[in-house]
Design a protein around this ligand. Structure first.
Ligand code: HEM
Length: 432
């Protein structure tokens, strides 16, 4: 076939394949009332368009356009799977409380974090979730506060630079799992191996200490999990516990660092808010000795500013879940095996729920009971709600306590946009 004659053929194919796919899907699900929308071209579907929107930070508009066109639920195809997009407060409630929707297990996630809270199901998931939520409960976080205080001071004294290995691994979680040199996935696997090696050694040392009766405290994650195992609360191996510790590192490090990064960036543009935070922190500093660590967290105003940062730039835009049974939402069927793309934070920027939503205004959080239910969900909700929310609150406040009292900053970079990769990342890295 000559080059000239192959072009019309390719065009015909491009036209026919979506039509054929549409017919096949209609036949397969003839008794289902599928959500409106198109599955697009096989395998690719709307994936490239969504990734492009995430990179250019137009994902909010991307979802809004679909919602305007099809309503609060629509179908599409993402990363090779038929997918239903769900958004809005009712969708947030539905997804967070639905046990038949589990986090989507991708090849990349399996390879990077193995048997962990992100990949387990059924009874094992319940046990691990219970253990992790227990480990991060507020009383435990209060115990870590002294350590956080020490670490924040040490970090500020040494330098003000982040750590790259965990970031490389998190970026790989949404990557195409092709393990050839220099791909995101390959770099992520190498990072995960390096992290695993260090954590495995710590876990083995802790196990040894516990067996020989040296370890009396269950404050560190490994000892805590090993003690729970000896009580029969779960049956994870040491390797599984290491997998879960990697999830904690990834889930905790990236999200909190996004919050602190954008909080610092917002403050550069808001001198009044910066002033009020400094006043609050100076008052706290006066109430303790100069080298005494922070032991309590009455930083109401600073936390409201952090909440407003989470509202305007949510570290987690949404999540992917898989239906383990046929489910029904608003009269539409989502068949077993389909994905749900849950754009949970879309409500954060919706003028129906937040007046003048683009404006950075921490006073919105003066009375949180005025915010309609399921409209502000940076930490999710239901059984899988982020167990690290108190940890994140504490580390953010400790960091702000020391930063605002020692530094003033301005943005060096004119470019104030950001992209999602998959978490929000300033376009210019030398912003602070
Ligand atoms: C600003 C900081 C943080 C934000 C915005 C955040 C947000 C979230 C969100 C949205 C989810 C998913 C909820 C769902 O879809 O149902 C989640 C889950 C999770 N987060 Fe966080 N997180 C933060 C910090 C942390 C920290 C510091 C840790 C640990 C030290 C942590 C550990 C986890 C874990 C283990 C899960 C999985 C929970 C489960 O499946 O039961 N997160 N987080």
């Amino acid at each position: 076939m000559s080059m000239d004659s192959s072009i019309p053929f390719a065009l015909l194919l491009a036209l026919l394949i979506p039509i054929l796919l549409h017919v096949v899907i209609r036949r397969k699900y003839s008794s289902y009332n599928l959500p409106p929308g198109s599955l697009g071209f096989p395998v690719i579907g709307q994936t490239i368009s969504l990734l492009r929107a995430l990179h250019s930070n137009t994902d909010y508009q991307w979802c809004q356009d679909r919602i305007e066109k099809y309503g609060a639920v629509s179908k599409m195809s993402l990363f090779g799977s038929p997918t239903a997009l769900l958004a809005g407060p009712a969708a947030n409630h539905f997804v967070f409380s639905n046990q038949d929707l589990i986090f989507t297990e991708t090849k990349a996630i399996n390879a990077l974090v193995g048997r962990s809270i992100l990949t387990l199901s059924g009874e094992e998931l319940k046990q691990v979730r219970g253990a992790l939520h227990g480990y991060l409960r507020p009383e435990m976080v209060t115990k870590y506060m002294r350590k956080m205080d020490e670490e924040v001071r040490r970090h500020i004294d040494l330098n003000w630079v982040g750590h790259k290995t965990v970031t490389t691994m998190v970026k790989a979680m949404l990557s195409i799992p092709v393990n050839i040199p220099f791909t995101k996935f390959n770099k992520g696997l190498n990072a995960s191996r390096r992290i695993r090696k260090v954590l495995r050694q710590i876990a083995r040392d802790m196990e040894g200490a516990l067996q020989q009766g040296y370890s009396s405290s269950a404050d560190d994650f490994f000892t805590y999990m090993l003690v729970l195992r000896s009580k029969g609360t779960h049956s994870l191996t040491v390797e599984d516990i290491v997998d879960n510790s990697i999830v904690l590192l990834a889930a905790g490090y990236e999200t909190s660092s996004v919050l602190i990064t954008f909080l610092i960036r917002c403050l550069a543009n808001e001198p009044d808010i910066f002033g009020k935070i400094t006043d609050e922190q100076e008052e706290i500093a006066r109430s303790k000795g100069p080298n005494e660590p922070l032991t309590w967290m009455m930083m109401k105003y600073t936390w409201k500013v952090a909440l407003e940062t989470l509202r305007t730039i949510s570290p987690i835009f949404g999540s992917f879940r898989t239906a383990i049974k046929d489910i029904e939402y608003r009269g539409y069927h989502i068949p077993k095996g389909w994905q749900v793309f849950h754009a949970q934070s879309i409500t954060h920027l919706d003028g129906k729920f937040f007046n003048d939503p683009i404006k950075f205004d921490p006073t919105r959080f003066d009375n949180q009971s005025l915010i309609p239910p399921y409209c502000f969900v940076p930490f999710g909700g239901g059984p899988s709600m982020c167990p690290g929310n108190e940890f994140a609150r504490t580390e953010t406040l400790v960091a702000m306590h020391y930063l605002v009292r020692q530094f003033r900053w301005k943005l060096c970079c004119k470019e104030e946009g950001y992209r999602k990769d998959p978490l929000p990342t300033p376009k210019c890295s030398d912003t602070a």
